[in-house]
Design a protein around this ligand. Structure first.
Ligand code: BGC
Length: 346
């Protein structure tokens, strides 16, 4: 494993970039700032290594922009309506950072702190963070580890383990933006996606779920047959209109089992990505609001230039009894896994 300087944060902390590789030279670069996946290098059908995730060249880029590229999101990924929730009869208020709602835990999210490196090998690294009860104003002090492993079968595994000293919300995710033609490509609209979900959680115009679980049958949200992202993205469906493209939570079939649930494929590069998770839900987001200058090598990243497959519990689960609870009891273990496996078709 190689460790290189990744710049200094505004708070004066030194950030590092860790370079990990498997036996095929598939490489991941992760920084301790936000426990963020910065690069994922994988060879395309011509044998040229492509960087398949959007990002920045140093920690300043991650601090200054708000798209959560590659970061670990927590304590709660996705939205909490009205930025408040009740646990054991007590109401807690957290940051309002999107309308009156909380998105991705607000300004002191896990994406904004320097994590401690606990252990590493040549192809695996474990980050640790102690999240105090004052950090984001969720109840209790929480300890969390995230392990990234680039396995020899070219799967990137991301494993989360958390524990707190009070009943609290735990619902992390990784927010990588993938483009299988490389981060320099302008569009993912021709890339072909499969999502093994029969249902999704419809949401209001602020992307807060209504609580309903609805079939994808007969809608442009149905990816049970592999379809190009761009084929139906502009159709007049309320979910596509609210999100300005795909930005919705799919209901996973095999919750609790670490099974294949989605894939994306590019004919141009020949690269295929298979997604697996044991999470109950997955937000599929086609970077519809993206407008970032100053990306890697000065790149500008625009709308629909990448896709996110965010494995997590359902959005706003604290307000819906029929959604699997994101509340973890004091002392209980929170555990979640997501995997992204890369292969190439020549
Ligand atoms: C959300 C999008 C949001 C994006 C970046 C996704 O998880 O669903 O609505 O724009 O994150 O913050």
């Amino acid at each position: 494993m190689e460790k290189v300087n990744f710049g200094v944060t505004k708070r004066g902390e030194e950030a590092s970039l860790y370079v990990l590789e498997n036996k095929n030279n598939t490489t991941i670069k992760v920084t301790d700032y936000g426990a963020t996946l910065v690069s994922l290098l994988f060879a395309d059908k011509a044998g040229v290594q492509k960087d398949l995730v959007l990002g920045y060249d140093n920690v300043t880029g991650y601090e200054e922009h708000t798209s959560y590229f590659g970061a670990i999101i927590g304590r709660n990924g996705n939205r909490i309506k009205d930025s408040r929730f009740t646990i054991n009869g007590k109401e807690y208020r957290i940051d309002e950072n999107e309308n009156h709602n909380n998105l991705h835990s607000g300004k002191n999210g896990f994406n904004t702190v320097i994590w401690e490196v606990r252990e590493h090998t040549d192809n695996s690294i474990t980050f640790y963070h102690y999240s105090s009860e004052t950090e984001q104003k969720f109840p209790g002090n929480m300890e969390i580890t995230v392990t990234y492993t680039i396995a020899d079968d070219d799967t990137l595994h991301i494993v989360y383990n958390g524990k707190a000293d009070a009943d609290t919300v735990m619902n992390c995710t990784n927010h990588s933006y993938f483009n299988l033609d490389g981060e320099e490509s302008d569009s993912v609209l021709d890339q072909i996606v499969w999502i093994d979900a029969d249902a999704y959680t419809p949401a209001d115009s602020g992307l807060i779920p209504t609580g309903e679980i609805r079939s994808v049958e007969g809608t442009p949200l149905d990816f049970r047959t592999p379809t190009a992202i761009g084929a139906r993205i502009n159709e007049a469906h309320e979910s596509l209109q609210a999100g300005k493209g795909y930005d919705l939570n799919y209901v996973m079939k095999d919750e609790g089992a670490y099974t294949l649930c989605a894939s994306m494929y590019s004919k141009e590069s020949g690269i295929r990505m298979e997604v697996r998770t044991d999470a109950p839900g997955m937000q599929f987001y086609t970077s519809n609001f993206l407008e970032e200058k100053g990306g890697k090598n000065g790149r500008e990243y625009g709308v629909r230039s990448a896709a996110c497959f965010e494995a997590h519990y359902f959005p706003d689960a604290t307000h819906h009894e029929n959604f699997k609870s994101t509340i973890v009891k004091a002392g209980d273990i929170y555990h979640l896994k997501a995997g992204y496996k890369f292969s190439v078709e020549k």
